[in-house]
Design a protein around this ligand. Structure first.
Ligand code: NA7
Length: 552
């Protein structure tokens, strides 16, 4: 029976490792490094045949991060961040994957990763205080602690369109793109979906395709990324300030320093001042900068309307055909309430003679046939279909694992009406199971790697606390969880976010509960809460010295 999270490793103990980690993306890899450095025996299980998670699977053309590369990187090693050279302002998928593979090699992480292993069940035994995780292959492994680092955008979704299996041409999902790439030269290609993956890939696919038809259900706002080669002066300056910038980032809303927060409300400026402000931000490129134009863009409809109108005006300026421009202008959600997309030449692509936009809101796709797509209005013969239809975001990866405790608690029941967590770190009734950037934490609404590092460091601190005190069990209380869920909901309800049918709301998955899942009070507020919980002796958690034995 283990009496602390780091046991004596006696054969009778039953554990294979101190900590099992699910996933070897940016979160899982840092967890290995951090916990191994503290002396824990860890093992990460990864479904893919390589590390990198989201950046391993999303190899679609044009895939690029929407956070600048000097920010979107680990901060834990000063030499790494000084030495690594990012070639462009925004990292491409191949560059980011190269970076992750470099980190895995540099810190010798691969020896603690088991690839090609998809975990399907995880069960906590109250009597022994051990988690048993089982893989698809039947392999089992035990440890007192498990960390779910399975990703927020890692469960790709194909649409429920009748006939989807009948199509005889090639089909692809952006989130499961073939490693060897795809050559669309001269082909009639259809892209279904105009979220970030569609918007990034459409201009590149258009360069190869003989004909490109984009099927759009909902128009999204996209801003120019203004990507380009890394400016050596910017890089040198940023690197000279790296340490201070990383610290300062924790004191910001999105976990990124260097964007001066806005000081006035949109309607405190006059129309001409606002136009100049938005124009400057449009030229500068980037989403945070744009959303930081005024204090109330995400809380006031009237304020948001001024920014939404400005971008709609830009779309009409860029796109030659007025009917296509109209279709591309979002009219069902305030700008920024869905993830604001950054693009390179997206709207311009619709001026090409071989590219056309089909409105599937008015005339939905009725079926996919052997030879193409049929809407209520017309038939579109195609050689290849790209599904840029997104993910079962934020909860999909966790819910694809059958997670339970011998006490009778299951994750499925706990999350039946939407995710319920304490701080996005733990779920009541499931002791010693931590999540990295779980729902109800700022995760996807922040610089993800900062949030990953924050969570892994918090978990490491928690395990150290348990080791020092000789504790074997930690669990979030129902009450703390309930209060946190209520708080996160109230914070979201004070904003415009719930107005959009976004993947933040679970709205893109038919039947998924509509609950706004990220915590949007900002990284600064969240960090203060997590620190206060620790300072208060792990408020909202109950700990125990030895496993709680359930007696009949
Ligand atoms: P998103 O942002 O969820 O976009 C998915 C797109 O696919 C969106 O335009 C959807 O339209 C469309 N979609 C989904 N299902 C269907 C069906 N059944 N029929 C037609 N169209 C459909 O996923 P992405 O991969 O682009 O981006 C995810 C995140 O990755 C992104 O926000 C960045 O953070 C990185 P809808 O809007 O639902 O009408």
């Amino acid at each position: 029976m283990p009496d602390s999270v780091q046991g004596r490793h006696s054969p009778a103990d039953g554990r294979d490792f101190d900590v099992i980690i699910v996933g070897a993306g940016l979160a899982g890899l840092y967890a290995i490094h951090r916990l191994r450095g503290l002396g824990y025996r860890v093992r990460a299980y990864e479904a893919g045949n390589g590390v990198g998670g989201t950046w391993f699977w999303n190899r679609y053309p044009g895939c690029r991060c929407d956070v600048e590369s000097l920010e979107y990187s680990y901060s834990f090693d000063p030499d790494l961040q000084q030495e690594w050279q990012w070639p462009e302002r925004y990292g491409t998928q191949p560059e980011i994957l190269k970076y992750i593979e470099h980190v895995a090699e540099r810190f010798d992480l691969l020896r603690d990763v088991q690839l090609n292993t998809r975990i399907t069940t995880a069960r906590y035994d109250e009597a022994t205080g051990l988690w048993t995780l089982a893989a698809e292959s039947g392999e089992q492994v035990r440890a007192p602690v498990c960390i779910m680092a399975a990703g927020n955008l890692s469960t790709p979704r194909l649409p429920d369109i009748p006939g989807i299996d009948r199509f005889t041409g090639a089909t692809y999902h952006t989130g499961l793109w073939p490693r060897e790439g795809v050559d669309f030269t001269g082909l009639r290609v259809g892209v279904i979906g105009t979220g970030s993956s569609g918007v990034q890939s459409i201009p590149i696919i258009a360069r190869q395709a003989g004909e490109l038809t984009v099927f759009q259900r909902t128009a999204n706002f996209s801003l120019p990324a203004r990507n380009g080669p890394m400016n050596p002066e910017t890089e040198a300056r940023h690197k000279s300030e790296y340490v201070e910038r990383r610290v300062a980032a924790y004191d910001t809303a999105f976990g990124i320093a260097g964007y001066p927060p806005p000081r006035i409300e949109a309607l405190q400026a006059n129309a001409e001042e606002r136009r100049r402000q938005y124009e400057a931000k449009w030229r500068e490129g980037g989403s945070i900068s744009f959303l930081f134009s005024y204090t109330d863009l995400l809380t006031s409809d009237a304020a948001n309307g001024t920014a939404s109108d400005f971008v709609r005006g830009k779309i009409r300026e860029i796109v030659n055909d007025p009917q296509t421009a109209k279709l591309l202008c979002p009219d069902d959600h305030p700008i920024g309430t869905k993830r604001l997309i950054l693009d390179t030449g997206y709207y311009e692509t619709y001026n090409l003679p071989h590219v056309s936009l089909v409105d599937i809101r008015t005339h939905p796709i009725e079926e996919i046939t052997e030879t193409g797509v049929r809407t209520g209005k017309a038939e579109y013969p195609l050689d290849a279909i790209v599904f840029a239809t997104g993910f079962d975001a934020m909860t999909g990866a966790m819910r694809s694992i059958d997670i339970s405790s011998s006490s009778g608690v299951t994750l499925d029941e706990q999350w039946e009406h939407g995710p319920r967590t304490y701080l996005g770190l733990m779920v009541a009734g499931l002791p010693n199971m931590f999540m990295v950037t779980g729902p109800q934490s700022p995760g996807v609404k922040s610089q993800m790697i900062l949030s990953i590092e924050m969570h892994v460091d918090w978990i490491a601190g928690c395990l150290e606390h348990m080791r020092e005190k000789g504790l074997g069990r930690i669990e979030a209380t129902e009450q703390a969880q309930e209060e946190w869920v209520t708080h996160t909901r109230e914070v979201a309800e004070a904003t415009l976010y719930p107005k959009a049918n976004s993947w933040y709301m679970g709205a893109n998955v038919p039947g998924k509960p509509r609950v706004f899942m990220p915590y949007v009070a900002g990284v600064h507020a969240y960090k203060a809460k997590c620190d206060a919980v620790v300072a208060g002796g792990y408020e909202g958690f109950v700990t125990a010295r030895a496993p709680v034995t359930v007696t009949g």
